[in-house]
Design a binder for this molecule. Sequence first.
Ligand SMILES: [Zn+2]
Ligand SMILES: [Zn+2]
Length: 144
Amino acid sequence: MAINQSQDGKQDHAHDFRYYACVNLWDNGETTGVIDVWRCSVCHAKGIELRAQGLNNLATETGFPVLDGPDSNWVVFVCTAQEQVRYEVLRVHIGDVIEHQCVEKSSPIMVGKGYKIADEKDRYHKVESIEGYLNENLDLALVK
Ligand SMILES: [Zn+2]
Ligand SMILES: [Zn+2]
């Protein structure tokens, strides 16, 4: 297992990642992706690997370059502006602005309270923390 450095450099141990949970991403009644969540047994920081359409980011071999912490969460960002739902899995803090190219983007996509999208009037974009969906299905169409 690779030794990871936390971004703030305060880490005093080699993370010991254990498989923690998975989140099934559903779109139209089919699994469109699976988020594998790994958690350090020492500090409980979580890294993820997204399995989608045969693409793996190989995080389990290279370590997890991005980890959550006490003031951040892993979220699914969903864009429904196109016929095919687009999504990304991101580690965000409240107040972060998600970079996104889109014809239906009317305001900056900011992460608000409860890791939901700050602009509730944005009909095309949604943000949902994965924390409530560990070992469950997260239906991209139903994310509010
Ligand atoms: Zn750790
Ligand atoms: Zn969009």
